[in-house]
Ligand binder design. Structure first.
Ligand code: FES
Length: 344
């Protein structure tokens, strides 16, 4: 049995399937309600039931007092509709609505996908989830008091594990720790989410992603989120992903991007190599990634550009796209990596 839920004051409408909590249904249908633990313990998902009834499920009384319950409040991460509902709650529409947290996490999996790129999967404590916007980053808090920033590579709906892509580079103390000493089950601490490099969902403009190396991480989060939303809404924006690397071996997870292209008519993947050698046997695009975009597009007005990677690439893309290709200043979104103190 499914039930219709209307959110006030926005007037958004979604449907909960049999046995789904209000929060699960809202997230599945692309309405980001606030949440923290998803386990009835923190109270972040609390909202008001204006009309209809729910099964309140099990929860911690400190998260929802009896007085609050009598006043019509419920924890949407536990509440299962028993009728059509009208609820009142805040919807996450911007970064200001998302709480920055400091959390411990466990290294769940380490995958060395190239000699100098490690994909790390992090598991949060059972009662914690991290709410973030696709494309945002977290800061790993090191024991020496320093912090290192890494984009989240998983989409917000896929939050069982947090995924980071870490490049090894000379002098990068955290990166060296990852490659030399880190083991699965190690405990880390991080703070986040941060950053304004997230998908602007209030636009239908086609998107061009320009990424270098591990700049793929936030692009992965945004693209997977965009596909998720597209599934729900039945239509999607055009997306072209230019991914610059030096050699063929640096194209880690290229088969994933290739699969996106096969499965989605609105997605095109263009890998670009800057130092392809004969051994690479490469017949794809070559040169600098932002220049490849310049070759392909005479006019970028009407596009959104998301650029992520080394500072020099991001700056060159910004300069050339706005000055030479008519891109509007406000349509350029970027996340530039710096090696220190917050390098990715
Ligand atoms: S998300 Fe923590 S109580 Fe619902």
């Amino acid at each position: 049995m499914s039930y219709q839920i209307i959110i006030k004051p926005s007037g958004h409408v979604f449907v909960a399937r049999s046995g789904e909590t209000v929060l699960e249904a809202a997230l599945r249908e692309g309405f980001p309600l606030p949440y923290g633990c998803r386990n009835g313990a923190c109270g972040t998902c609390k909202g008001k039931i204006i009309q209809g009834t729910v099964d309140f499920g099990s929860y911690n009384e400190s998260a929802l007092t009896e007085v609050e319950k009598q006043a019509g409040m419920a924890l949407f991460c536990r509440a299962i509709p028993l009728a059509d509902l009208i609820i009142e709650c805040r919807e996450i529409g911007a970064i200001k609505d998302i709480k920055v947290k400091t959390l411990p996490c466990r290294v769940h999996k380490l995958e060395r996908v190239t000699p100098d790129v490690m994909v790390i999967s992090l598991k949060l404590p059972p009662n914690e989830r991290l709410q973030f916007l696709a494309g945002q980053y977290i800061d790993i808090l090191m024991k020496n008091g320093k912090r290192r920033s890494f984009s989240l590579a998983n989409a917000p709906h896929d939050d069982e594990l947090l995924q980071l892509h870490v490049r090894n580079y000379r002098g990068g103390s955290f990166a060296e720790h990852v490659f030399l000493h880190m083991r699965e089950k190690d405990i880390l601490r991080f703070e986040g989410p941060f950053g304004t490099f997230f998908l602007r969902e209030d636009s239908d403009k086609p998107i061009i992603f320009v990424a270098g190396g591990t700049g793929f991480a936030p692009v992965k989060s945004i693209v997977e989120h965009a596909f998720h939303v597209e599934n729900l809404r039945g239509h999607g924006r055009q997306m072209v992903f230019y991914w610059g690397n030096r050699t063929r071996a640096d194209l880690y997870l290229a088969e994933l991007a290739g699969r996106w292209q096969q499965e989605h008519d609105n997605f095109t993947f263009i890998p670009v190599l800057s130092e392809a050698s004969p051994a690479d046997n490469w017949n794809g695009r070559t040169g600098l990634v932002h220049q490849t975009v310049m070759q392909d597009f005479d006019d970028l007005s009407g596009y959104h550009i998301y650029a992520c990677g080394a500072t020099a690439m991001v700056e060159a893309a910004h300069r050339d796209f706005t000055r030479l290709r008519g891109l509007a200043e406000e349509d350029f979104f970027s996340d530039a990596f710096t090696a220190s103190p917050s390098g990715a």
